[in-house]
Each structure stands twice: as structure tokens, then as C-alpha cells.
Ligand binder design. Sequence first.
Ligand SMILES: [Zn+2]
Length: 155
Amino acid sequence: MSYMRRISSLDKIYHFKTEMEINAYHYTAGPIGTRWLEALKNGELKVAKCNKCGTRFLPPKLYCPKCFSEVSELESISGEGYIDTYSVIYYNDSGERMSEPVIIALIRFEGIYGGIIHRVKTDPKKIRIGMRVKPVFRRDKKGSIDDIEYFQPIE
Ligand SMILES: [Zn+2]
């Protein structure tokens, strides 16, 4: 079977199912990532800001992606962004069709370098690149990217 052909069933290709080791490790968010996750726990979406060159970026990292200076500042943003690209997923990882498709998108924000990959809840027939979206936070937040349950279109 060529990789150029569409795969219609996982039974037709050789595969194995296993747990990835990644679940056995714990990664730290670092000092700025920890503060960013704490902000999410409070229902705020923030961006990292470089004091040297002024670049504002996501996801937050200890060093500026433009000038490599150490970053210690976070800044609040409205959370309103736009869909830069997306994928509509109809099948789960076992190849079974899901009752509801899942939309995963790269969401960018005006004036911010980088972005967030997250779920978008909308009609798959209506989604488009450039669509304006905003985050919907969970009621029970834990300090995780999943504190944003999904992004939804701005009417
Ligand atoms: Zn910088």
C-alpha cells in the first residue's frame, strides 16, 4: 500500500497500539509558565512580554524568541483571536467515526508572536480561516491549558 493513498481503515495497515512513555514523565512549566498557568486558573489569558525588544508571545517561555533575553513579564490580553489554520477530525484514534467531530485549530492573536493550538466548538461547515474566536473557560479550573474548555466564534 502506498502512503499516497487514503487510508480508510486501520485494519488495512500494520500497526500496534501502546501507551507512550511520555505519560511517565513530569515536566515543569518553569517560572513564567507557572505564572501563566496560574493566570489561566483565574480565567485570564496572558502573553509573555520581553522587556528588551517588546515582543509579546505565546506560549510563554523564559527566553524571548526574537532577542533571546530573559523574560519575566506577563501581560493580559482580551483573549479574542482568529483561526490561522484548523483540522476537523471525524474519526477517533481507533478509526471509529465519532458522534461529533472535533475541531483543532491554531489560534493566533493580533500583535502576538506565536499562538495556541486548541479545540474550537462550532459547526464544521461554518469554520473558516480568519474566523474570530474567544476562549471559554471551565468553571472548575486547575491551572492547565485545559482550563480553556474550547474557543468559540465571536458573533
Ligand atoms: Zn526580546
